[in-house]
Design a protein around this ligand. Structure first.
Ligand SMILES: C[S@@+](CC[C@H](N)C(=O)[O-])C[C@H]1O[C@@H](n2cnc3c(N)ncnc32)[C@H](O)[C@@H]1O
Length: 522
């Protein structure tokens, strides 16, 4: 595991240290002390930014009376997200910027605020470009409600510079800690400045950051309605933010920031922020018995055979993650949808990944991007019954009558895997309910259950894009399947009763016959 050898060797040549600028413990520090700290911060940056001493402390009182999450609670969550990101920067060490900051040794130092992020491979990528300069400037991704790439040529921003340890010793830490000072140093006579043409840092300009509040509210006394509009605008606009290719690595962090502000507005249940490693996927692990998996063939192999037999022209995938299943598609129109994709598998050159939740995709961009009816869809996004159901409703509306929809995770191997709140690595949630739901509400559909590894597939054919039974009864269906007295996961599902071996040719032949009947009727 970890970085390839050549990257580790490069990183050793110019070891990277991430120096966290002053940052309070937002949860443990008493409220009054945090307010005093905010005044000290405003005094410190006042000359460069125009912030008045009480600018933040005045806002805190209005914020706490307006939103479901207190101001310092939001700041704590921003720090959680940044800490998870920085912890995932391979080959770098992290230190606090305090008077005890060690200055001996060689290497590069990056100064960073407690809500900003670095590319997970910053150490190796910087090392590859390091040519013995005194400091380097690299690309910065500005994450507001939209995501922009800042021109590299313009010099030092909040966190887009790395400086050699020797310069820190020679000039003193204070002259390089803040970007406005560093900018002067980098442009002073005799300073050997290097440029790295990569987007290695991101500035998280969320609506609780001091500068965003100043831009949004001006320096007038804060007002609850304006503050709420500012946060609403952020949550709404960020839902459809495009992530430029060089900034793909910010997507999972950006999505988590957006979720925090949706919680503050009361639009999403307040959750403890899941701590995520580099992959953006929280680490879950249950006992060996709870993590058990089975199946006659890996689901990827089954999907591959489905692609080969159907040769779809239009393929839609909900839930992409690393792109393993999306990479199987060679359909001329191949679309994946995921709010936090981390694609590592090589995709067909024309494949497109939309960075959005499936609900946002269907509400905003589906009608533009889906130029023809869907012939094959794979639903593997959020593992909760109501999400899978909505995904099916939305897909079927845009599907060809001869199309096929495949659900993943319909056969949990243990009750723990079927919990709605994730506790295990193998997690199916309550997507299994889709089978009894479709059996009851859509007896017209042809349903095939496949015994795939690790958690079963359900194939749905006989689609009818005009049928509205599911959407018309949506609330009633949720009330039936999500109420506490709804039938729990049964033994028959756990035993995979009725699931067909995916290696048998029968189900593909049956699918062909079914499609031929639909085509003949048309
Ligand atoms: C199990 S992974 C997908 C794996 C992929 N289909 C494969 O087999 O290689 C689930 C993915 O769903 C995404 N996801 C979570 N909520 C979603 C939503 N509301 N809409 C679309 N995707 C979602 C997650 O970000 C995650 O990447």
């Amino acid at each position: 595991m970890g970085l390839p050898l050549w990257r580790r060797l490069l990183a050793r040549r110019a070891p990277l240290r991430i120096v966290l600028r002053q940052s309070p413990d937002w949860r443990a520090t008493p409220h009054d002390e945090l307010l005093d700290g905010s005044r000290a911060f405003c005094r410190m940056v006042g000359a460069a930014t125009g912030l008045t001493e009480n600018f933040i402390s005045d806002i805190v009182a209005v914020w706490d009376a307006t939103f479901a999450l207190p101001y310092f609670g939001v700041r704590a969550r921003m720090k959680d997200i940044a800490q998870d990101n920085l912890a995932a920067v391979a080959g770098a060490t992290r230190v606090a910027c305090d008077p005890a900051l060690p200055l001996r040794g060689e290497g590069l130092d990056i100064f960073i605020d407690d809500d900003d992020w670095l590319h997970p491979e910053t150490a190796a990528l910087l090392a590859r470009h390091a040519r013995g300069a005194d400091g380097y400037v690299f690309g910065n991704v500005l994450c507001e409600s939209r995501i922009h790439l800042r021109p590299i040529e313009e010099g030092c921003y909040t966190n887009n510079y790395a400086v050699s340890r020797a310069q820190l010793r020679a000039r003193g830490v204070a002259s390089l800690t803040q970007h406005w000072d560093a900018h002067g140093v980098f442009h002073s006579v005799g300073f050997r400045r290097g440029q790295v043409p990569l987007y290695l840092s991101a500035t998280n300009k969320h609506p609780a950051s001091a500068m965003k509040l100043k831009d949004g509210l001006g320096l007038e006394p804060p007002d609850a309605a304006r503050l709420r509009r500012l946060v609403e605008a952020y949550v709404e606009q960020s839902a459809t933010a495009e992530v430029p290719p060089p900034a793909q690595w910010v997507a999972p962090y950006f999505e988590r920031v957006r979720a925090v502000f949706a919680q503050a507005l009361g639009r999403a249940p307040i959750a403890a922020n899941p701590r995520t490693p580099a992959s953006g996927v929280p680490l879950y692990r249950a006992s060996a018995a709870e993590e058990v998996v089975r199946g006659a063939e890996a689901y990827g192999a089954t999907l591959r055979r489905l692609h080969e037999r159907l040769r779809p022209q239009v393929y839609l995938e909900i839930g992409v993650r690393h792109g393993a299943s999306l990479a199987l598609s060679h359909a001329p129109l191949t679309l994946g949808v995921d709010p936090a994709p981390e694609v590592t598998h090589p995709l067909a050159p024309h494949a497109q990944v939309v960075v959005a939740t499936s609900d946002a995709f269907f509400a905003d961009t589906a009608s533009t991007l889906l130029r023809a009816p869907i012939e094959l869809a794979f639903i593997d996004g959020m593992h909760r019954f109501e999400f899978a159901l909505r995904d099916f409703i939305n897909v079927e509306r845009r599907a060809a009558r001869h199309g096929v929809v495949v659900f993943d995770d319909v056969l949990p191997n243990h009750p723990t895997q079927a919990l709605r709140e994730r506790r295990s690595g193998v997690w199916c949630g309550d997507v299994w309910k889709i089978l009894p739901c479709l059996r009851k509400y859509r007896p017209d559909l042809a349903l095939t259950l496949l015994d795939t590894h690790p958690s079963g597939l359900l194939l749905v054919a006989g689609l009818d894009p005009d049928k509205r039974t599911l959407s018309d009864n949506y609330e009633a269906i949720l009330a039936e399947f999500l109420n506490p007295d709804a039938p729990p996961l049964d033994e028959a599902t756990l035993a995979r009763d009725g699931a067909i071996a995916p290696t048998s040719p029968d189900w593909l032949d049956a699918l062909d016959a079914q499609r031929a009947r639909v085509t003949a009727r048309a």
